[in-house]
Design a protein around this ligand. Structure first.
Ligand code: FAD
Length: 106
C-alpha cells in the first residue's frame, strides 16, 4: 500500500482546501454531491485501516455539509480525532482559513 504519511499529508491538503472553497451557501444538489463525495472517499481511501476508522467516526459524527463554515469545522474535528489517536498536536479550528485559504496575516 502507499506510504500512509505522505498520502495523509496530501489528502488532508486536498480535503481542507476543498472545504475552504466549498460554497458558503451550497444548493441542495451541492450538499448531496459533497455527502456522496465524502461517503465514496471513506470507502476508497487507499489506507484501509485509516478508511475503516474514518467510516466509524463518520457514523458517530455525520458530515456537516450545509455551509462552508460547517464543513470546515467538521473536517477539522475529524482531523483532530486522527491527530489525537496518533499523539499529534490538536489543531485550533479557528485557524483553518489562515492555514488553508487566506494564508498568515502578515
Ligand atoms: P497531517 O496530519 O497530515 O496534517 C497536515 C497539516 O494539516 C498539518 O501540518 C497542519 O498544518 C494541518 N492540520 C493539522 N490538524 C488539522 C486540523 N484538525 N484541521 C485542519 N488542519 C490541520 N495515519 C495513521 O497512521 N493512522 C490512521 O488511522 C490514519 N487515518 C487517517 C485518516 C484520514 C482520513 C487521513 C486523510 C489520513 C490519515 N492518516 C492516518 C494519516 C495522518 O493523519 C497524517 O496525515 C500523517 O501521519 C502525516 O502527518 P503530519 O504530521 O505530516 O500532518
Amino acid at each position: 500500500p502507499p506510504d500512509s504519511e505522505q498520502l495523509g499529508r496530501a489528502t488532508w491538503t486536498f480535503l481542507h482546501t476543498m472545504a475552504a472553497y466549498y460554497p458558503e451557501k451550497p444548493s441542495s444538489e451541492q450538499q448531496i454531491s459533497m455527502r456522496n463525495l465524502l461517503s465514496g472517499f471513506s470507502q476508497f481511501y487507499p489506507c484501509w485501516y485509516c478508511a475503516e476508522h474514518l467510516r466509524e467516526e463518520m457514523n458517530k459524527i455525520p458530515p456537516k455539509v450545509e455551509s462552508r463554515r460547517a464543513l470546515g469545522k467538521w473536517l477539522c474535528d475529524m482531523h483532530n480525532i486522527v491527530n489525537e489517536r496518533l499523539d499529534k498536536p490538536i489543531f485550533d479550528c479557528n485557524k483553518i482559513n489562515e492555514r488553508w485559504k487566506d494564508g498568515p496575516k502578515d
